[in-house]
Write a protein that binds this ligand. Sequence first.
Ligand SMILES: [Cu+2]
Length: 152
Amino acid sequence: MKLVRTAMLAGLIAGVPLSAVAADYIENAKDYVDKADWKALTTVTVEMSEHHYTPEDLRFKAGKAYKVELKNVGEKDHYFTSPEFNRAVAWRKIMVNGQAEAKAPYFTAFEVLKKGGQLDLYFVPVKSGTYPVYCTIDDHREKGMEGQLVIE
Ligand SMILES: [Cu+2]
């Protein structure tokens, strides 16, 4: 009988529904976005060209409101890929050339098209850490198109 009970208990633990496992992104993003002071918005501009980001490294403070402008001033299309960072921030929205917005729990990569493309990211950093960002096109990363996104 004791053995049966132990087996049943083990079964219960193994049977924990998936929904009870914590998500690997900021589920309550709206709470952070609502709490942040958007009048004190910090705007950061990143220029993308061959083959680097300027600046390469960005530092953010958790809980503050940010707008990151990704501007492609180069002759080729470029990516700004950082799946880990994109799950460590609370997303408000992304905006394309002031004309369209998209909202989602998290994003994995952004592509900005050559010669003037621009994408604006609005978010609140949440999980502190150092996250790599890089371009996934051809050998751009090897040529130096990478950097670090730090949340402190
Ligand atoms: Cu690139």
